[in-house]
Design a protein. Structure first.
Lengths: 300, 268
């Protein structure tokens, strides 16, 4: 009986305890629901990041396969894949000046881009600084830049051939011309957009022009400069393929043209993917560089 | 030199020529500031307080009239009239130390050794209690700390005049009170001449020797000047009960909300 009585007397107390506990427990349920929804979120994020691109690639390959059914001259994805495996198993062979591995061809193109692009940076970035800083120089060059910027760099190739009397410098010249505009323009904009607050600091501290350049203009304009550099390298990589098709020699552009003359379509497709891949790497590398040099600006 | 006329502003007019037309910002500004005096400029937004401060800084030149500092015409910005900007304006790519060193090097670089320059910079950091933040960049410290570095940068150059443009405007009330107390201590120690723009009545009464009240723009001018005769050092808690403090406060409020009701009200 004692045991029977006890729960009776204890009941109201327990109920009270339970009541007191309820509010504390309540938030736990949504929390648990939260964690499952988090898992779901993570899964859907994975689906977005991995599954979706894979589906996209599969669709592309499927369309490709369908085209090959209708068109017998077009290589199937499988044939191309086998060819690619063969090609990338030995990318650095050298049979003759006109028969070299895809690695050598890509490197030759990259080298031209590096030289042309580097020269453009050496000229374009300082010029952009002067244009951004000195209104007169800006007014001097703005019309010329506006006029020449939309011209295809390939239109400059004959001028390069005329001046340099050789194919390789002419190709580099085209790269130089196409790379220089985004670098000049973005650098100038970056310098013009230096927050007035920083310039006021420079004026109150009475900083020398050199200190203004190194401590204020350069770091403040750097993200813009790097944007210009990134745009330039993208264009340069686009242009080199076309320029090499015209100038010949070793290089991925000429290689594509050569394979077309050999009617080796799988190689052309492989080259297209390889060009895209290198371009992507260049872009990503410069974006990482830009992120490393971007600072929080003052508000207002 | 007449120490009561350390800064002398005579008949200053400021007219801006903008794309929208001509804007008459300030008219007939006459003001003298004594050496070691703490002046606040108060008025509704858009009345030209900051314009007047920029004129004293030399960041802008007046359309008419003369501004003198220590009997010399203010012809441009100079480290001897250093400015604490509203949004701190620290260079985000430099550490706190480097931000201050930039000014110190410019002012004392020719006369002092490297070690002495470093000493001065560290002293300025210590003055605002931020020795520990030496190697931090501005985005790694709080808003109040940034503003303190801004003050340290201005003070490190040992300016003749410290100009402050709503230096505590963007801070929360507690941080603001803390920095006001620190500023009072620093000013007492360095005997600086200060001109400060504010829109905070309590801040004006607590800090100033004189409160210069501007009428509403356009064509704003000095409406009234309140002489705050409270002995220093001032204690904000004790003053809160002080009848004279209340009277000064009322005088400023009276001017701002009765005589110069907010321009938005007029427009409505």
């Amino acid at each position: 009986m004692n045991a029977m009585l006890q729960p009776d007397s204890a009941e109201p107390v327990r109920a009270a305890v339970l009541d007191a506990e309820k509010p504390a427990r309540r938030p736990r349920r949504p929390l648990a629901a939260n964690s499952t929804s988090k898992v779901r979120q993570k899964l859907s994020a994975t689906a977005m990041n991995i599954v979706a691109p894979l589906v996209g690639a599969a669709v592309l390959v499927l369309i490709w396969q369908l085209i090959t059914i209708k068109n017998a001259t077009f290589p199937t994805p499988l044939v191309t894949f086998h060819e690619a495996v063969k090609m990338f198993s030995d990318p650095f062979y050298r049979n003759s000046p006109n028969d070299q591995g895809i690695g050598w061809n890509l490197l030759a193109s990259l080298q031209r881009v590096a030289v042309g692009f580097g020269l453009a940076a050496l000229v374009g970035i300082p010029l952009g600084f002067v244009i951004g800083r000195v209104k007169f120089v800006s007014a001097m060059f703005s019309p010329i830049i506006s006029l020449l910027k939309p011209v295809s760099p390939l239109a400059w190739l004959p001028i390069g051939l005329l001046v340099f009397q050789s194919a390789n410098p002419a190709a580099i010249w085209s790269i130089f011309i196409c790379s220089i505009w985004p670098m000049i323009i973005n650098t100038a904009v970056g310098v013009q957009r230096v927050p007035q607050d920083y310039m006021n600091v420079a004026r109150v501290l009475n900083l020398s022009e050199w200190k203004i350049l190194t401590k204020i203009l350069l770091p403040s304009a750097l993200p813009y400069v790097l944007t210009g550099v990134r745009l330039s390298i993208g264009t340069a990589w686009l242009v080199i393929v076309a320029a090499e098709m015209l100038t010949g020699g070793v290089g991925i552009g000429f290689w594509v043209w050569d394979e077309w003359n050999n009617l080796n379509v799988p190689h052309i497709i492989i080259a297209i993917v390889a060009i895209g891949f290198v371009g992507l790497l260049l872009e990503q590398a410069l974006m990482a560089l830009a992120r490393a040099f971007t600072y929080e600006q003052v508000s207002n | 030199m007449d120490e009561s006329k350390f800064i002398d502003i005579e008949g200053v007019e400021m007219v801006f020529h903008t794309k929208k037309g001509v804007f008459h910002a300030l008219r007939e500004i006459d003001l003298t500031v004594a050496k070691g005096e703490f002046i606040t400029l108060i008025g509704h937004s858009g009345c030209g307080k900051s314009t007047l401060l920029n004129l004293i800084a030399g960041l802008t030149r007046p359309t008419d009239g003369v501004l003198l500092c220590a009997n010399r015409e203010i012809a441009g910005p100079s480290p001897e009239r250093s400015v604490v900007f509203q949004n701190h304006s620290l260079l985000p790519w430099l550490t706190c130390y480097e931000n201050i060193y930039l000014g110190v090097e410019r002012v004392f670089g020719k006369a002092d050794s490297k070690a002495r320059l470093r000493e001065r910079t560290m002293a300025a950091l210590a003055l605002v209690g931020l020795t520990a933040a030496e190697t931090k960049r501005p985005n790694e410290i709080s808003g109040g700390m940034k503003q303190r570095v801004g003050i340290a940068r201005a003070l490190a150059m040992e300016p003749k005049v410290l100009l402050m443009d709503e230096p505590f405007g963007a801070l929360d009330a507690l941080t603001r009170a803390h920095l006001q107390d620190e500023l009072l201590k620093i000013v007492a120690a360095t005997k600086s001449t200060v001109v400060m723009v504010t829109h905070d009545v309590d801040e004006a009464v607590l800090l100033s020797d004189r409160i210069v009240m501007l009428t509403n723009g356009p064509a704003a001018t000095i409406g009234e000047i309140v002489n705050v005769q409270l002995e220093r050092p001032r204690d904000r808690v004790a003053l809160a009960q002080d009848a004279r403090y209340m009277a000064y406060r009322t005088a400023v409020l009276e001017f701002l909300y009765r005589k110069q009701a907010h321009p938005a009200k007029d427009a409505a």
